[in-house]
Write a protein that binds this ligand. Structure first.
Ligand code: AMP
Length: 367
């Protein structure tokens, strides 16, 4: 119950439940202040105005929708809520973008990849209307992005990264140079008024390239915590280990990253996707990056069964046998990283947010 009749910027704007792609959903409590700070930056960085039309993919219970909703509220840009069914009917989806003169989309990479692989991508002309393609929520493989860049070279592409706990996104990379299909796309640099701390196992700051650490975040973007859950809040929102003079929280994302030679952040995988297999430490994300480059592969996902020490690779697109895949992958990966089993699917299961549904794959094929 509220005891005052006005809202101040440290009050909650929403409580949003995380996708649960990595465990039990948690109610993330986000304040007005965090959203105002984020949207001010989005509008300025991408130059969104009342002339723009935003084509929304993220359901409103998924935090990518925050960018869509509030940048249109702030600027007066049109917001078009695209029906979920259209994401299964690519020709109609493309026609919708053209008919409504959509200038800006902020979608999950899985949705963009489905368009990239559709033969209908060629048939609708978006060159005069689509200006920005932003994405966030999972890894965007360059092989799929390159199909977009080839088809629509004058569009601005940006890779945003962040979990729900830091108000949608905290780093960004504006795609500004060519990438080969097998290179990782950077997640870039922190957004304005945000600091990223890459911390090693001893909580020491990593600044050199190629050293793996956990991405931690400091700034106004941090959520107020998990609603009604002080215990889990205390586990992830912790005192900044680099300064002990006053109370200051950082959020531990559980994501492993490293810097490249340009001091851009490169996403590797979630900490819990890092496995020990045949005595080697492996990031499953690296196997996915390699598999994504193979001919005819539209989507891929790698899971691990610790009981049987078993790596399973799921592929969508061309049908391969395990031995064919391993022959090709052995040119890209060391032997110990080759999957124990390859399962080819007609289409990957997607969760309610449109991301690859790892929980469903695990339940159906691994457990
Ligand atoms: P959620 O809180 O459900 O939006 O999931 C957030 C998680 O999605 C992050 O912790 C990352 O593991 C992953 N993620 C978000 N954006 C990206 C990105 N641009 N590249 C790779 N992974 C991402």
């Amino acid at each position: 119950m509220r005891f005052v009749d006005r809202i101040i910027d440290t009050d909650l704007l929403y409580v949003m439940f995380t996708s649960g792609s990595t465990g039990m959903p948690k109610g993330v409590a986000v304040t007005h202040r965090s959203v105002v700070d984020y949207i001010d930056w989005v509008v300025e960085q991408f130059d969104i105005t009342e002339k723009d039309s935003i084509g929304n993919q993220a359901p409103f219970y998924f935090d990518n929708s925050i960018l869509d909703i509030y940048s249109s509220v702030k600027t007066g840009a049109e917001l078009h809520i695209i029906s979920e069914e259209l994401f299964h009917q690519i020709p109609q989806l493309l026609q919708y973008l053209a008919d409504n003169r959509i200038s800006t989309i902020f979608w999950v990479p899985s949705a963009l990849s489905q368009v990239a692989w559709s033969k209908d991508f060629e048939t609708v002309d978006l060159t005069k209307t689509l200006k920005r393609v932003l994405f966030c929520g999972e890894v965007m493989h360059n092989k799929n992005l390159n199909l977009w860049r080839y088809r629509l070279p004058n569009v601005q592409y940006a890779n945003l990264y962040g979990p729900t706990e830091i108000t949608d996104a905290c780093t960004y990379y504006i795609v500004n140079r060519p990438f080969s299909d097998d290179e990782p796309l950077p997640i870039g640099r922190p957004m304005r008024n945000t600091e990223i701390l890459v911390l090693d196992d001893q909580d020491k700051l990593v600044i050199e390239p190629d050293i793996v650490g956990e991405l931690c975040v400091r700034g106004t973007c941090l959520a107020a915590g998990y609603y009604n859950d002080p215990e889990r809040t205390a586990q992830s929102f912790i005192q900044n280990p680099l300064q002990k003079a006053y109370e200051e929280k950082i959020y531990r994302t559980g994501d492993l990253v490293k810097y490249n030679e340009y001091h851009e952040l490169i996403y590797l995988s979630r900490k819990d996707f890092q496995i020990k297999h045949l005595g080697h430490r492996i990031e499953l994300g690296e196997i996915e990056t390699a598999a994504s480059t193979l001919d005819g592969v539209a989507a891929c996902c790698c899971l691990y069964n610790p009981v049987y020490d078993f790596i399973v690779l799921f592929l969508e697109g061309k049908s391969y046998t395990s031995s064919e895949i391993n022959k090709r992958l052995s040119m890209l990966l060391p032997r110990y990283m080759l999957p124990s089993l390859v399962i080819c699917l007609d289409s990957m299961p997607l969760n309610a947010n449109g991301k690859i549904d790892r929980v469903k794959l695990r339940e159906k094929y691994i457990n």
